[in-house]
Design a protein around this ligand. Sequence first.
Ligand code: SAM
Length: 204
Amino acid sequence: AEEIGGGDKEVVREYFNNNGFERWKKIYGETDDVNRVQLDIRIGHSKTVENVIKILTDEGPLNGVMGCDAGGGTGCLAILLAKKGVIVTAIDISSAMVAETENQAREELLTGKEELSPAPVLPKFEVKDLESLEGKYNTVVCLDVFDTLPPKTLYYDLLKRVGELFPGPSKATWAYLHAEADVERALSKVGWRIRKRGLITTQF
Ligand code: SAM
């Protein structure tokens, strides 16, 4: 977050309220109108979400845990956590993403489509960026926000540039890619320690 200041943050907000919103909503959704790369990202993402749930449940029961999904996008994880009894706060810089999360959450958690016991608590939704996040939580998840996956490698940079050469808005992912080492350095600067590490791979 330190590196994204002023104008850059506006660009991020603008992107995730418009093209980025459409693109990621499609990728994280269930419709068939995705290309091979997008389908691969969808599969990788759902494996990642499963993995996050496993990491959290390994720590103990989720019921009643205070959790924050920071940069939660369209709410895939936030809704799943709420179904498992987590009291969720879902924040995102993009108001479009937050509105989508709220719609989905109301539909999935309040309409009784699934019988959930105990009855889930509707998450709290807030449009705000990571730097303004406040409050006390047992756990804060920030998934696919720094875009460290795939790792920043020469190969991926090249692939991304090749993608950008082709016309059409949805070919290249507009994203900042942060190298894993940079993320680690930023975390250790504020006193955080890496306890678990994992790599989720798909075809691309
Ligand atoms: N975490 C969600 C998931 O895994 O399903 C969404 C991932 S999506 C690729 C990245 C999300 O991060 C977008 O919804 C975007 O609006 C949000 N985001 C990017 N920069 C942010 C910031 N500085 N503060 C809050 N949210 C941010």
